[in-house]
Ligand binder design. Structure first.
Ligand code: ADP
Length: 218
């Protein structure tokens, strides 16, 4: 599903990624762990086509990303990659259902179809009653589940999550982790999760250690 070959990335003199080779399979849930500053977010951003490597190639769902024009890349990203961040990043002036619909509307789906799909996802995530609530009327766990629904609205092949449970308490953390596995089983997404949470890392199909710009998947 994701193939990275010899990915290298520097910021000025700082060499952050020193030749990353990685293959992630369809429906796999992979965690990426490593010390702070080891390049986990940079690697996830590159996988998500939000940042470009200095060198190396990226293939997602059989499509070579290098060389795509910015507009093609933006369309591909919106369709095939869902993002979940540590802080939900919902737009405060919009309701839960409107936030979830946003990537579908950007992708050109009609408003009524986007709304139907968003309501299905809210139902699946146990949040149907919260559809018309704005983010400040939702609990932390609910906001993060709305962010998960937003990541899934276009039925992406891949979901990339950067410390998704980092701002949640223990119970919400465990519920969110369980949700990733349920979603993989029900919807078939591939998940890549950057996390400091050892409990979550232990649950995933595979843990990849990023140390000093290199992978070590022992
Ligand atoms: P991690 O997610 O493992 O904590 P990051 O990928 O966020 O690590 O960062 C790796 C290193 O690259 C850090 O030293 C960070 O300061 C640096 N870095 C990340 N993004 C940038 C940037 N846009 N410009 C300059 N330095 C950056």
């Amino acid at each position: 599903m994701i193939k990275l070959r010899d990915i290298q990335k520097s910021f000025g003199d700082l060499k952050v990624l020193k030749g990353i080779d990685l293959e992630i399979h369809e429906k796999e849930i992979v965690s990426i762990v490593g010390p702070s500053g080891s390049g986990k977010t940079t690697l996830l951003q590159i996988m998500g086509t939000l940042d470009k490597p200095d060198q190396g190639s990226i293939e997602i769902k059989g499509k070579k990303i290098d060389g795509l024009k910015d507009k093609e890349l933006a369309i591909f990203r919106n369709q095939e990659i869902g993002f979940i961040f540590q802080f939900h990043q919902l737009l405060p002036e919009f309701t839960a259902v409107e936030n979830i619909m946003m990537p579908a509307l950007i992708g050109g789906l009609s408003k009524s179809k986007a709304q139907d799909r968003a309501m299905e996802l809210l139902d699946l995530l146990g949040l149907k009653e919260r559809a018309e609530h704005k983010p400040n009327e939702l609990s932390g766990g609910e906001k993060q589940r709305v962010a998960v629904a937003r990541a899934l609205i276009n039925d992406p092949a891949v979901v990339l999550a950067d410390e998704p449970s980092g701002s949640l308490d223990t119970q919400n953390k465990e519920e969110l982790h369980q949700l990733f596995f349920d979603l993989r089983d029900q919807l078939g997404q591939t998940f890549v999760i950057v996390t400091h949470d050892e409990k979550l890392a232990q649950l995933t199909d595979r843990t990849i250690h990023l140390i000093d710009g290199q992978l070590n998947d022992k």
